[in-house]
Design a protein around this ligand. Structure first.
Ligand SMILES: [Zn+2]
Length: 246
């Protein structure tokens, strides 16, 4: 509940929404006690969500997917609902979702120098918190790279990073920060209670990526808007060079 909660109020009458259950940010089963906003007809209900094995069910049909985040499940709920209204069969959707991957820094998974690496975009506290949730659901020893830029498209005000919850990280061995606001990111992580010995900062992204792969821990790279493609580029460069060495 420490997550950013600015959306937990009714957009019609500003009353605080009442939640039956809660997933992240404003997402969950809610209803406005004053005007009933949120009391929607349910078209499709996703059950048996298994994030470890990446499966879920709709009307007792089991779907296998390539993602293990709760926000992906919400996206798939929306697409299954929409396609069902156009009579697309579950079997067709199963085939499509089973193979569906994003290779543009949205939960992109690659192996770099024998390290499982996940690259994810986070441009607001909600995105960052769900990215950290993914990190926490993985029990292995991990290093996390956080790249924060403050270019025009990112917004010059980076105070939103203080709505990211770094206080309960599971088995993260090192935080590496980079981007034009690498030091702000480092201070933010430190003030969350993480030991400064675990934090390394590099204004130069190349150096940050090099430092990230100093160990064999699992890697997570989280970047904001203008940083995501350069972060991918630097990480993927290591893939090419290691392949050439082979
Ligand atoms: Zn309301």
């Amino acid at each position: 509940m420490k997550e950013a909660g600015e959306g937990k109020f009714c957009p019609f009458c500003s009353t605080r929404l009442e939640y039956e259950y809660y997933q992240y940010a404003h997402i969950g089963k809610f209803k406005c006690p004053k005007c009933n906003f949120g009391d929607n007809k349910i078209y499709k209900f996703i059950t048996d969500v298994d994030l470890k094995n990446k499966t879920f069910k709709v009307d007792n049909n089991k779907f296998k997917i390539q993602f293990n985040s709760i926000y992906s499940i919400y996206n798939f709920a929306a697409s299954i609902t929409a396609t069902s209204l156009y009579d697309v069969k579950y079997d067709e959707m199963k085939k499509a979702l089973e193979k569906f991957v994003l290779n543009n820094g949205r939960q992109e998974k690659i192996v770099i120098q024998d390290c499982e690496t996940t690259i994810n975009l986070a441009k607001n506290p909600t995105g960052a918190n769900v990215s950290l949730r993914l990190v926490n659901e993985d029990d292995s020893e991990k290093d996390v790279l956080f790249v924060l830029n403050d270019n025009l498209a990112d917004g010059k005000d980076v105070s939103w990073i203080y709505d990211i919850d770094f206080s309960n990280m599971n088995n993260v061995k090192r935080f590496i920060t980079s981007g034009t606001r690498a030091y702000d990111m480092a201070i933010c992580i430190k003030t969350s209670g993480i030991s400064p010995n675990k934090i390394e900062s590099y204004l130069d992204l190349k150096e940050a990526v090099k430092a990230l792969y100093k160990t064999k821990n699992t890697k997570y790279a989280i970047s904001n808007y203008t940083a995501i493609q350069e972060t991918r580029h630097e990480i993927l460069k290591l893939k090419t060079s290691s392949n050439e060495n082979c």
